[in-house]
Design a protein around this ligand. Structure first.
Ligand code: BTN
Length: 265
């Protein structure tokens, strides 16, 4: 393992997010490394960060472009006491934390696209994945919360097919960004928001998520397992589902990919 540049931001306080940071030059996916550490008993708040991923994973089996030396690729091991069905809410909570952390470097440019995209100036700069690890009885063992943020990626470092959809902090602001300071801000915000929902429930974070919502009031199409539904976004409900107003009445969307008319999908 290489020298750990993120050691300086480890809080050292067990139970806090970022209390211990495992750092790697290269991994397949930080999700996989975190799964192994979690299986070996790593505590809540343990983080895995890699400089580069050779098999970075996005939602729905997609790849996550993970070149070295530019971005943040991290997985946080969470050990929440919540029903399995509530795990998807954690990616919304992480979205709020990521948006708040990004405000310090890209003030006023940040938005969230349900369920898990972080946008800067209307393009995707980050993505979140919340993978539940269960025991044989389907009880929740832990959650592997993966967060990827394009930090100092230049336009010509974005793969051709993503150029009209993806961005980075550097592209959106015209400035280089200190990845270590950004990671510290992210863990700090996530720790606060996580404690908030543990104490008061998801309802406290919902208005904050809605404050960043890129979709509210927009006409969208959601595709889930081949089914399409079109409507106008009204926000998210108390469980984190996307609320749509469709021609046949209100609809509640739990999973899916959202396409926005006139914006990046
Ligand atoms: C998405 O938008 O599809 C979610 C992307 C999540 C990417 C992060 S990068 C760190 C962690 N390791 C992975 O392999 N994926 C997540």
């Amino acid at each position: 393992m290489a020298a750990n540049p993120y050691q300086s931001i480890e809080t050292g306080t067990p139970g806090r997010i970022g209390w211990r940071i495992h750092y790697f030059d290269e991994v397949g996916s930080t999700q996989k490394v975190a799964a192994e550490l979690a299986n070996d008993g790593a505590a809540h708040g343990t983080v895995v960060i890699a400089e580069r991923q050779s098999a970075g994973r996005g939602r729905m089996g997609r790849q996550w472009h993970s070149p070295p030396g530019l971005n943040l690729y991290q997985t946080i091991i969470l050990r929440p006491t919540m029903p399995l069905a509530e795990v998807p809410r954690l990616s919304l909570v992480a979205g709020v934390a990521a948006a708040e952390a990004l405000e310090s470097v890209a003030a006023g440019l940040v938005a969230l696209k349900w369920p898990n995209d972080v946008w800067l100036r209307g393009r995707k700069a980050g993505g979140i994945i919340a993978e539940a690890v269960t025991d044989p009885g389907q009880g929740l063992r832990c959650v592997l919360l993966g967060i990827g943020i394009n930090v100092n990626l230049a336009p010509d470092q974005i793969p051709e097919e993503l150029r009209d959809k993806a961005t980075s902090i550097r592209i959106a602001t015209g400035r280089q960004c200190d990845r270590i300071a950004l990671a510290a801000a992210l863990f700090n915000r996530l720790d606060s928001r996580y404690m908030e929902i543990q104490q008061h429930g998801f309802a406290v974070v919902r208005p904050r998520w809605e404050g960043y919502s890129a979709l509210t009031g927009k006409r969208v199409t959601v595709i889930d397992s081949g089914a399409r539904i079109t409507g106008t976004v009204r926000g998210i409900d108390a469980e984190g589902a996307l609320m749509l107003e469709t021609e046949s009445g209100p609809a509640r969307i739990m999973t899916g990919d959202v396409t926005v008319a006139g914006a990046y999908d």
